[in-house]
Design a protein. Structure first.
Length: 401
């Protein structure tokens, strides 16, 4: 694969005139959202549906068709962007739309529609560090970070010849394909662990193996996260929020968490410790409530948001990895869903009703040994992903820098 930068004999050109800016749909949630997709609604994407440069359809809403203009339906080659957020780490994140689709997007997002056949090329630019730096500069000094049409039109991107542009896209596409293949390998490893769990422990909600049952809340202490309004300055801390959960079981370190600025240090009880299990406590999407992961800050100070609830395991009846895989089983997730009408809520009272099978520690340790062997393969694959990302960033720096 060629890694050298094509000879650049073009010019640096602003995006103004090269893209069309399309605003997201404005709607009233209580009136214009449907409970499910029907003939009168479109799938509505929001900022949380833009993940790692791709569109995710795990958590979508459905908006009435009367609120959507024809040009607000996504087209192949569009670049969907989070245009407004209180978090600088979220604002500006982007994903290339790979097919025409009868799907729209909310008011906190926008779509850039390239006019000159540069969709794939610009799609890579919007994943580059150069773009991220430009967005950070555009957002400096604001509490709510808003990107407007002028924010994008003022971006200066090198304009290669058509042949060289195709070369750039080919090289970067190849790296993305390799990275996605490696990510698929991680998903297969997860499936392997899930299968082994069911083989050893059955359905935890049904307790098909007739193990002793223990109340979830009795395993330790629970505490809701802290409610706060992040500042532009002050004490900066890593903060685990709903957007950090994704589809994973563990977070090691604090680099994968968002950041908040607070006026003062929080009370000690709001800091996370190694082995804490954090649940999504409240969210408008029922599918997210009850999602959990184990956190290992590794000695660094980190907090968690008020939309989460933390379980600090103090019992010696269960191992943390076993407990996480049990809680992530679909049947257990159904027990953890809240009972609210619009906003679903998980609370300590509901958690107290949940029973977890407690197999002998020897069986749990046997499962952990299997997981540790799988984790060796996971580590190798993860290293490959990181190397591919480093190479991608390096080449993007050459092409767009």
């Amino acid at each position: 694969m060629p890694a050298n930068k094509p000879p650049f004999d073009g010019e640096w050109v602003r995006l103004k005139g090269r893209v069309e800016y399309v605003r997201g749909v404005t709607y009233k949630a209580a009136v214009d959202l449907h409970e499910e997709l029907d003939r009168g609604s479109y799938i509505l994407l929001r900022a949380n549906n833009i993940q790692d440069g791709r569109l995710s359809f795990d958590d979508v809403q459905y908006v009435d068709k009367s609120k959507v203009k024809p040009k607000q339906l996504l087209r192949k080659g569009d670049i969907l962007i989070c245009a407004s957020s209180g978090s600088k780490s979220l604002v500006g994140k982007a994903a290339l739309v790979e097919n025409d689709m009868p799907i729209t997007f909310g008011a906190f997002c926008c779509a850039l529609r390239p006019k000159t056949g540069e969709s794939e090329y610009l799609g890579h630019y919007f994943q580059s560090r150069q773009y991220r730096k430009a967005i950070e500069r555009a957002c400096s000094g604001s509490n709510i970070n808003n990107l407007k049409a002028a924010s994008f039109e003022s971006l200066i991107v090198p304009l290669y010849s058509k042949t060289d542009m195709l070369s750039v896209v080919g090289v970067l596409d190849a790296l993305v394909a390799q990275k996605r293949e490696a990510e698929s390998q991680l998903e297969l490893l997860d499936t392997l662990v899930k299968s082994r769990f069911v083989e050893m422990f059955g359905d935890p909600a049904e307790n098909t193996m007739n193990w002793d049952l223990i109340g979830l809340a009795s395993l330790g202490s629970c505490k809701n996260g802290m409610n706060f309004k992040s500042k532009e300055s002050g004490i900066e801390l890593p903060c685990l929020g709903v957007g950090d959960f994704k589809d994973r079981s563990f977070i090691n370190g604090v680099s994968e968490m968002g950041r908040v600025h607070l006026d003062a240090m929080p009370a000690e009880g709001y800091f996370l410790k190694d082995g804490d299990i954090v649940f999504v406590r409240s969210n408008g999407n029922k599918k997210l409530v009850g999602r959990c992961l184990a956190v290992f800050p590794n000695g660094e100070k980190a907090v968690y948001s008020g939309f989460c609830i933390r379980l600090r395991v103090e019992s010696d009846r269960v191992r943390i990895p076993y407990l996480i895989w049990a809680l992530r089983h679909p049947s257990m997730r159904r027990q953890l869903f809240g009972r609210g009408a619009n906003v679903q809520n998980l609370n300590q009272k509901l958690m107290a009703k949940v029973k977890i099978p407690a197999p002998p520690l020897s069986e749990q340790d046997r499962f952990l040994t299997f997981v540790a062997e799988v984790d060796k393969s996971r580590f190798i694959v993860q290293q490959k992903i990181e190397k591919l990302q480093t190479l991608y960033d390096s080449l993007a720096q050459e092409y767009f820098g």
